[in-house]
Write a protein that binds this ligand. Sequence first.
Ligand SMILES: Cc1cc2nc3c(=O)[nH]c(=O)nc-3n(C[C@H](O)[C@H](O)[C@H](O)COP(=O)(O)OP(=O)(O)OC[C@H]3O[C@@H](n4cnc5c(N)ncnc54)[C@H](O)[C@@H]3O)c2cc1C
Length: 405
Amino acid sequence: MDDVIVVGAGPAGNNTALGLAREGYSVTVIDSRQEIGDKLCTGLIGRECASRFPIDPALVYREPQSARLVAPGAGPLFFETARPQACVVDRVAYVASFAQRARDAGALYLLGERVHRIVSQNQGVTVITGQGSRQARAVVLATGFGSPLVRQAGLGSVSDYVTGVQAVVSTDGADEVEVHLGSDVAPGFFSYLVPTLPGLALVGLLSRKKAQTRLTNFIQKLRQAGKIKEVVNEAATWGIPLRPLKRTYLDRMVVVGDAAGQVKPTTGGGIYYSLLAGEAAAQVLSEALADDDLSSGNLSRYQSRWRDLLAAEIEVGYSARRLYEFLTDQQIGALVKRAAANGFNSELVDASEGTFDWHGKMIAQIMGNPGLGGALRLINPLLARLAHRPDIGTAQPQTTPAYHD
Ligand SMILES: Cc1cc2nc3c(=O)[nH]c(=O)nc-3n(C[C@H](O)[C@H](O)[C@H](O)COP(=O)(O)OP(=O)(O)OC[C@H]3O[C@@H](n4cnc5c(N)ncnc54)[C@H](O)[C@@H]3O)c2cc1C
């Protein structure tokens, strides 16, 4: 019997496995994919993430120091930082580097094997896969967005999510990150162009509806503007949770990463939060294994730990996201113009050192800005209040589509 079986070898699962294997526990990681980390993603991580969970410099494609924001009815707004706040990385290799370290510490990886069911008994858990079954003292669900295993366990589904769609395109040397707002490209969300290797870029967007069609239109728009040449890899879609699960632990089980909804609701970025939550899960499980107390009461400390780290950020980010979703194109354009006129973009950049992954401070700054916060309150006083008073935890879970290959 293993000490722990981790289902899912994404950032969340690998970092949990690494923490447990380093403590000397026997860990098996099972993933249905053949290639670790090969999941739809842009690979943007913040400076804090790269410093806390270092990356081999050879895996960094770019370290952008500027971005262009394009909004309806407003000229482009530029953001420039004195030093890079984020980097675009080879996501597959970055995620695989955690798995390699977990292996070096003794973890066993079973790839190309799908877990179908988990049966919990008094003495342990049985994990049933397409190839057989394995037993462990505890199990970690790090299965990403929309996993049926989370529902099977009785933990419900995340109560809100969005679809991400992305394609690889060739460029004539596009150098700058671009973010486009407005209902013609991505109503309530945003679309992006992120240069990666020389001559290549990722083009994508988040949308509640018609994500594929909207991406086709966005690609067309960028092509007409001479920004991109051809689509190199066809568009793929994947779900992104916008709210966390209410409960992320049971007897002998914890849920980590996208499966638990530990994602920034503003941008949909989840690599850093998955790594942090994986670390918290490994710490709590190590202590619980040492005490031989894997009861839900003892594992509830995992939920307290990750919520201490992330919950406030996720809550305020979600409220800001909902507020943004109610703005019209005209209002978005007016706000962007106002920000450009009073130099708020530079102010935001100056104060944003290290906040790539922590948006609460930035949101507070926007709401506190006399021009922007005042205008947002005028536009919709109720929603502006909501941005400060999130009601997380009251929404009913809804069924999410099964996003798995
Ligand atoms: C278009 C798009 C762009 C994104 N861009 C960024 C970005 O730039 N920066 C950022 O920080 N985040 C980004 N994200 C989000 C980020 O990719 C996720 O938050 C992150 O990968 C979550 O890690 P995870 O380990 O929880 O899940 P995943 O990375 O999804 O890993 C889950 C693993 O579990 C496996 N699995 C699932 N079910 C089973 C099963 N039954 N049996 C066995 N294995 C199973 C899967 O094969 C998968 O390997 C993006 C997401 C999308 C959709």
